[in-house]
Design a protein around this ligand. Structure first.
Ligand SMILES: Cc1cc2nc3c(=O)[nH]c(=O)nc-3n(C[C@H](O)[C@H](O)[C@H](O)COP(=O)(O)OP(=O)(O)OC[C@H]3O[C@@H](n4cnc5c(N)ncnc54)[C@H](O)[C@@H]3O)c2cc1C
Length: 516
């Protein structure tokens, strides 16, 4: 009997370990609720709620195919040992996972235990991320090979354990079959994405057929991006959808658009149709490249797991304290910095679990550069806030936005300029910072400059109803820019940047050009 270990791959489709285990014989599907993963500093109940919704669908789908899901609670490998004592398990099938430090240590324990027990352990590549990658050269080609390969077949029937065998398993390991529980409530969240394969398929379909046309231009607006972006991130994180499925669906849609465009011909009367199709095509190109970025970032953590905790270029770790200024961290987390767009983003992400890329980059830059907080404690706040928390993307992005990689351009996001460009009408700020909603749009950018009479007219007072800026804008910007550029130069002189580029650089630009 093959133990099929579900982790962050909560689907039956394009699931190579499941297909292989089913082809090899009887399958025992297992998802372990691990207390150690539920108590890490990067965990939040919103993650558990999303997972529970995914499991609800998975339970039903597996039971319908003949192999109910077992859901023990406990520490690994002890739980597997308990199962092996009761059942004739001969091998474990699973995806390779690139998670956080706790799941990394857990995987090593399970592998060592399986070796000692003489149990075969078959781990399958689950995305374009390559285990034991020898060199970054040629990674893009390997990635394409993975995402273009045929999808693993979804078994229609799975031969599971017999009733007699299952009766030997502790009864609390056998999950209740329950598909009708409504979306779960998470305290503090007003709207959240729901887990489960059905939602993943719906989002993929609606993005590729209806919502995605303006993706490329709307993705940076905090209000428009909510619909214009795919919103697939939590599904890719928890594996209700594979990267390959997303990529191939986008490719299929691109081919359909090409045919439509050819069929139209070039006449003046169909100009607007051609423009629409061209917009769709551009959006799909942007989407496909982001799907690749996903694996590109996760590959970095896979290749160097310590990057979850320390900067690529360690020289940067000395300028920030890992013990952050609690007052600043709290103000940032709670959306009380006095910078309206930053505050709107932070309040919104706690309430919804999602922010578009540009706003994530801006709040991270604000924490690092204006508030001078180390990326690690600030990143933990965001890890808990994002439903899609994916350690490989997250920590690499936190470092990149903080400017500590030694190879990327240092970008300090100006929150006033970002608001002017991406929330010009102030809709997003008004929604999430209602105490400012009465102010004229022009004053939303710098409410502290709104004339006192104007404030009075609108029944509010900056400094009482909404904070004054927690740090001065220009001085904070200049301090961050000068300090980071000096450190980056030092990293280059010490050869650190070259090492980082060799191990992790995307190869889109040669070393010198990428380190401007
Ligand atoms: C500080 C910071 C932290 C982040 N943390 C996470 C995280 O924990 N989990 C996460 O999935 N994404 C993270 N991102 C990347 C990005 O912001 C999200 O993937 C994206 O906003 C998710 O929305 P979407 O699914 O609608 O994306 P879309 O724009 O529709 O993109 C499709 C998919 O491509 C991938 N993707 C998109 N943008 C990026 C990017 N810049 N880098 C890597 N992959 C990308 C994601 O898997 C995403 O689901 C982070 C970005 C920053 C700046």
């Amino acid at each position: 009997m093959q133990l099929l270990w579900f982790k962050r791959d909560l689907r039956l489709h394009d699931h190579a370990p499941l297909a292989a285990a089913a082809a090899a014989g009887r399958v025992l599907p297992v998802y372990v609720h691990e207390p150690e993963l539920l108590t890490t500093t990067d965990h939040d109940p919103r993650h558990a709620a999303f997972v529970e919704e995914c499991l609800q669908e998975l339970r039903v789908a597996l039971a319908e195919r003949g192999a109910p899901l077992l859901e023990p609670h406990g520490v690994l490998p002890d739980v597997f040992e308990a199962l092996c004592e009761q059942l004739p398990i001969t091998a474990i099938y699973a995806h390779e996972e690139c998670g956080n430090g706790t799941s990394y240590a857990r995987d090593r324990r399970v592998r060592a235990w399986a070796r000692r027990r003489g149990l075969a352990m078959h781990e399958f590549q689950g995305s374009g991320v390559v285990r034991r990658l020898a060199s970054r050269d040629g990674w893009h080609e390997q990635w394409l090979q993975h995402v273009r390969a045929p999808r693993a077949a979804t078994p229609l029937r799975i031969t599971g354990a017999t009733a007699d065998e299952l009766s030997r398993v502790p009864q609390q390991f056998v999950a209740p079959r329950n598909a009708s529980t409504p979306p779960m409530h998470v305290p503090g969240m007003v709207e959240r994405q729901t887990g489960g394969r059905t939602h993943a398929e719906r989002l993929l379909g609606s993005f590729l057929q209806e919502r995605g046309e303006h993706y490329r231009v709307a993705m940076s607006s905090p209000s428009e991006a909510i619909d214009a972006c795919s919103r697939l991130s939590p599904h890719l994180t928890w594996g209700t959808l594979s990267v390959r499925e997303a990529y191939q669906a986008a490719r299929g849609r691109a081919a359909q658009l090409r045919d439509e465009l050819k069929g139209l011909g070039r006449t003046a009367s169909n100009l607007s149709q051609r423009e629409t199709l061209a917009r769709w095509q551009q959006s799909l190109v942007s989407f496909a490249s982001r799907i690749e970025w996903r694996d590109h970032f996760i590959q970095k953590l896979e290749s160097e797991p310590a990057l979850e905790y320390r900067s690529y270029a360690p020289i940067f770790d000395n300028v920030w304290s890992l013990e952050p200024d609690a007052e600043r961290l709290d103000a940032w987390r709670e959306g009380r910095t006095g910078y309206p767009l930053v505050d709107a983003c932070m309040r919104s992400v706690h309430a919804t679990g999602w922010l578009t890329f540009r706003m994530r980059a801006m709040v991270m830059s604000f924490a690092s550069h204006y508030l001078w907080l180390h990326w690690r404690p600030a990143g933990l706040v965001l890890a808990r806030a994002f439903t899609d928390y994916e350690p490989g993307i997250h920590w690499m992005q936190c470092q990149m936005q903080a400017g500590v990689t030694g190879i990327n351009t240092i970008r300090i996001y100006n929150p006033i300029k970002q608001a002017a460009e991406h929330d010009a009408a102030g809709d997003f700020v008004r929604r999430w910072v209602p105490e400012l909603s009465a102010l004229p749009t022009a004053d939303l950018l710098r409410p502290w400059d709104a004339p006192p009479l104007m404030q009075q007219m609108h029944g509010m007072h900056i400094g009482r109803d909404y904070p004054r800026p927690i740090v001065p804008h220009e001085a904070s910007y200049t301090h961050a820019r000068d300090t980071l550029h000096t450190l980056k130069q030092a990293a280059q002189q010490q050869g650190v940047s070259r090492r980082v580029w060799q191990q992790h650089g995307s190869r889109k630009t040669p070393f010198n050009a990428s380190t401007r």
